[in-house]
Design a binder for this molecule. Structure first.
Ligand SMILES: Cc1cc2nc3c(=O)[nH]c(=O)nc-3n(C[C@H](O)[C@H](O)[C@H](O)COP(=O)(O)OP(=O)(O)OC[C@H]3O[C@@H](n4cnc5c(N)ncnc54)[C@H](O)[C@@H]3O)c2cc1C
Length: 442
């Protein structure tokens, strides 16, 4: 190993981590070749998740494997380590690394990029941790799909009206784009699926969206948010605004409007908070626990440290005094500036500031339905849904993934989507363990 080489350590292989590494692979091609720079990226997973496609993966429109990007394949010049950084000792330029298996070790670096993103922001609501599921990872999308379809199996296989009612009640908490898209896509899939369940009619399904604020989908503006609420209500979805989830103990949902009912499914999408790795370390945090960033995406007051994305409080230069919202639109653009700035830093050149005016958002509400408010243009229904697909197709990283996504969508035009629960996937050893136990008794 070259003793003089500079070591760049990237913590997190999501939007910011992947795009920063891709940028650095290009900007530092010569240095990576002659060994004067090394890059290491650490993430528990060996892939980047394209989160905006999670609702379509949960609905079965896209294969889960096609909404993730294999890090080792797209980053051949970067060393990928799988595990978690559990502490950052920046003063000593070292992190504590817990591999997915094996002993903890310390890793030295010269420059750190903190890109660990966010986790679901939960509240101490009784029963939530036992009953609820988040919606941020590909694992959660797969489990949710299998779980929802398994509820239909339960409902047609029982004569107990309470068991049936619970199985056919689905609650989503949080009306931002993650919650609304997940709810709308899953509801759309469930309506398709019941065609194969003669005992279940659309009016037997109860989908409920619980939102603490007086509006949903703030990302597309007030008017389009109101339209979305009307559209979803028209599909029979109950929208409880100005309402909080109070308890979910034993799968009994209690909401602040006095309602109380059993539900077999509870999905929590009520916001995010920075990855907890930031709490164990010496990087400065703001009052919301995010790493304090400068407009140049360096960590405030700290040399050799950069940050961006959901984990960071990045000043929004287009709205003085405010910070960039935690979304992919900012994350991907910040990563490009961040990658350039790390290269500039190593080359002793001045850094550039990140500036991007939020252009609005697109959201899918199920097959052929959507809502969009982008560059001042408002669209709804099929045109918005089409825009959602073309926009995200243009954004999903690598040609390989784009082609696979188009193939999935094209197949869906000709064949009905699979509406089958592979719930056994979540307990794959049960059958073998039972066989082994039976064998031991003989
Ligand atoms: C369902 C859903 C739909 C969305 N739809 C949209 C949309 O339509 N438009 C939009 O603009 N935004 C959307 N977003 C938001 C967007 O995906 C995020 O803002 C974006 O992913 C943030 O990028 P990031 O790199 O900061 O974090 P992430 O992409 O979350 O990456 C963080 C990475 O860090 C890793 N990590 C965490 N802790 C550690 C640790 N201790 N050590 C090592 N690695 C660690 C994680 O495993 C992860 O891979 C959506 C989000 C969700 C959940």
């Amino acid at each position: 190993m070259n003793r003089e080489s500079k070591h760049i350590l990237i913590v997190g292989g999501g939007y910011v981590g992947l795009y920063t590494a891709l940028r650095l692979q290009r900007r530092l091609r010569r240095e990576l070749r002659d060994g004067s720079v090394r890059i290491t990226l650490i993430d528990p997973q060996s892939y980047m998740t394209y989160q905006p496609f999670l609702p379509e993966a949960a609905a079965g429109n896209l294969s889960p494997r096609h909404v993730v990007v294999p890090l080792r394949r797209v980053l051949p010049k970067v060393r990928i380590l799988n595990g978690r950084v559990t502490k950052v000792h920046h003063a000593a330029r070292t992190v504590t690394f817990q591999p997915n298996a094996g002993p903890v070790k310390e890793i030295d670096y010269d420059v750190i990029v903190m890109a660990a993103g966010s986790i679901s922001r939960t509240l101490p609501i009784p029963g939530l941790a036992e009953v609820g599921i988040g919606f941020k990872t590909i694992g959660e999308a797969i489990v949710l799909r299998n779980h929802v379809l398994a509820q239909l199996d339960i409902a047609v296989s029982t004569e107990d009206p309470q068991v049936r009612r619970k199985a056919l009640t689905f609650v989503f908490v949080g009306g931002g784009f993650a919650g609304v898209e997940a709810l709308a896509e899953v509801e759309d899939m469930t309506r398709d699926a019941i065609a194969y369940y003669p005992g279940i009619s659309p009016k037997d399904l109860r989908f409920v969206l619980v939102e603490a604020a007086d509006r949903i989908l703030p990302e597309v503006g007030e008017a389009m948010g109101r339209w979305t609420a009307r559209e979803l209500s028209g599909r029979g979805i109950e929208i409880k605004m100005n309402t909080r989830l109070e308890s979910a103990e034993h799968n009994v949902i209690r909401t602040s409007d006095g309602d109380e009912f059993p539900a077999g499914t509870l999905v929590w999408t009520a916001g995010v908070k920075p990855s907890p790795v930031v709490n164990a370390g010496d990087l400065p945090l703001d009052e919301r626990g995010r790493i304090k960033a400068t407009p140049e995406l360096t960590v405030e007051g700290v040399p050799d440290a950069f940050t961006a994305g959901d984990v960071a409080a990045v000043p929004d230069l287009t709205r003085p005094g405010e910070f960039c919202a935690p979304n992919a639109q900012h994350a991907v653009r910040q990563a490009k500036v961040l990658g350039d700035n790390v290269a500039r830093h190593l080359q002793g050149r001045p850094l550039v500031a990140y500036r991007h005016r939020y252009v609005g958002s697109v959201a899918s509400l199920g097959l052929h339905d959507g809502v969009a408010h982008v560059y001042g243009i408002k669209l709804r229904g099929f045109p918005a849904w089409f825009m959602h697909r073309t926009y995200h197709l243009s954004r999903v990283p690598t040609l390989n993934r784009k082609v696979r996504v188009v193939v999935d969508w094209t197949l869906a035009l000709f064949f009905k989507r699979e509406t089958l629960s592979l719930g056994q996937l979540h307990k794959p050893r049960e059958e073998f363990k039972a066989a082994a136990a039976a064998g031991a008794k003989r």
